[in-house]
Write a protein that binds this ligand. Structure first.
Ligand code: LLP
Length: 431
């Protein structure tokens, strides 16, 4: 079991207080924030590489291909770091496909998922010769067939099966239940395979599933894998060869520091239940959060400390537009002072300046009471942090910084006012 993010079985965390100041690797977060301003995202390259290597080591014994789920953190530098470790990419739009290619991913290591691919996206995927498309409906398969036939090729496809397994995660990130929009029911899928097998534009050789995200126990994975194994046998029984099984992503991280299954436990569970070698399939994996979630933080500055009746509000310069997870999923993220004062903990709400009651990073949280100008770090913001950011309230999006080897690089600049209004115009009749 992984006890906590800062006790990762002898693995370095690379993000810790040294004396009283927070460091990413050997760089003081204060120094980065001073130079680039706040709010800003700061990531550790060493932690990222360590996560990737640990994941790869856990699956080393089986024939597998890991495709990093680009949506978790789409920054080109992050995708490049991951592909440099030999991983492929899981993409869900032509934008992500472009990112993956630009960051150096090899097309034969790219899979294209998502419930609503356009003809242009299908065409782009075929043009680049990616490993396969994960189709989520018969309608989508029909379009892929048509686009591929027009190109004179056979599109490599898998069908996403909805295994009807409860991943026991937040209802907004559950995907493997029959009531969710994702995939095709296993019963129905058999007919779809039989039909797809006859289509000239389709080479249907795989099965796919993804049961949800931030999953905190292993049993849902085991159950889904058992169902996929049975399904593979049934499809093969119809004379359709299946050579790979894509199991998606979904493993959670200990945001609140409570123990969670480790990557190694996850690998063991999946491999035992699916038995890829015995089933004669290559295992495809699409991890996102587990690789990038704990690599970094959002650093903010305290603007005001305000008391309202019983409550104390710490108003920071970062907001829900910069980091949506708390407001969208009521997600817990640890918040620590960048420089500790050694003051007593006080129960506060950490909120941003946006005009919404949902604009909070933490409610009723005991932290040492900061002063105006102090910096706070919202931890474990590497996954679904910047990627979900918006310009709401006309706030420029925050910069992203990657630390490596005692130095750091701004891997995405802070947006300017010109960035905010790019593409907008006041029509002649209003001037
Ligand atoms: N594969 C597919 C088909 C997916 O839809 C996803 C995530 C992944 C892989 C990667 O899942 P992961 O290993 O990161 O759990 N914004 C939410 C998470 C949404 C996940 C969407 N799909 C959050 O911040 O918790």
């Amino acid at each position: 079991m992984r006890a906590a993010a800062n006790a990762r079985g002898g693995i370095m965390t690379h993000i810790e207080h040294r004396k009283d100041t927070l460091h990413v690797e050997s760089v003081a977060v204060e120094a980065i924030a001073e130079a680039v301003g706040t709010p800003c995202y700061v990531y550790s390259h060493a932690r990222l590489v360590e996560n990737v290597r640990r994941f790869e080591a856990a699956f080393a014994a089986v024939d597998h291909l890991t495709c990093y789920s680009v949506k978790a953190n789409p920054n080109l530098a992050i995708v490049a770091a991951v592909t440099r470790e030999g991983l492929g990419c899981d993409v869900v739009s032509s934008g992500e496909l472009e990112r993956a290619l630009r960051a150096g991913a090899r097309p034969e290591r790219i899979v294209f998922s998502g419930a609503g691919k356009t003809d242009d996206e299908i065409d782009a995927a075929l043009h680049h010769g990616i490993r396969m498309l994960n189709a989520e409906s018969r309608g989508e398969l029909e379009r892929i067939d048509r686009v591929a036939t027009r190109r004179g090729v056979r599109a490599p496809v898998s069908v996403r099966i909805n295994p009807d397994v409860d991943a026991k995660t937040h209802r907004y990130v559950t995907t493997g239940l029959r009531e969710n929009k994702f995939g095709i029911d296993a019963d129905e899928a058999l007919d779809v395979y039989t039909w797809a097998h006859t289509r000239p534009g389709l080479a249907i050789t795989g099965v796919d599933c993804h049961i949800g995200s931030n999953i905190r126990s292993l049993e849902p994975f085991a159950e889904a894998m058992r169902r996929m194994r049975t399904f593979i046998e049934t499809v093969r029984g119809r004379g359709i060869p299946i050579d790979h099984c894509d199991i998606g992503g979904g493993l959670g991280i200990p945001y609140d520091r409570s123990p969670l299954p480790s990557i190694e436990d996850y690998a063991r569970t999946v491999v035992d239940a699916l038995d890829p070698a015995g089933s004669g399939v290559q295992l495809l994996l699409e991890p996102g959060r587990i690789l990038v979630g704990d690599i970094g933080m959002l650093v903010c500055r305290v603007l005001y400390v305000k008391r309202h009746g019983e409550r104390t509000f710490v108003i920071v310069d970062g907001a829900m537009n910069d980091f949506m997870r708390p407001c969208l999923y009521e997600a817990h993220h640890e918040i620590v002072p960048v420089t500790r004062r050694g003051a007593d903990a006080v129960v506060v709400d950490v909120v941003g300046p946006v005009c919404e009651t949902t604009d909070f990073f933490a409610l009723d949280r005991a932290i040492e009471l900061p002063h105006r100008g102090d910096r706070l770090a919202v931890l474990d913001a590497g996954a679904y942090g910047f990627g979900l950011a918006s310009n709401f309230n006309s706030r420029p999006r925050a910069p992203e910084v990657l630390v490596r080897n005692g130095d750091y690089t701004v891997v995405r600049a802070r947006e300017s006012f010109e960035d905010l209004v790019r593409g907008e115009r006041i029509p002649d009749f209003l001037t």
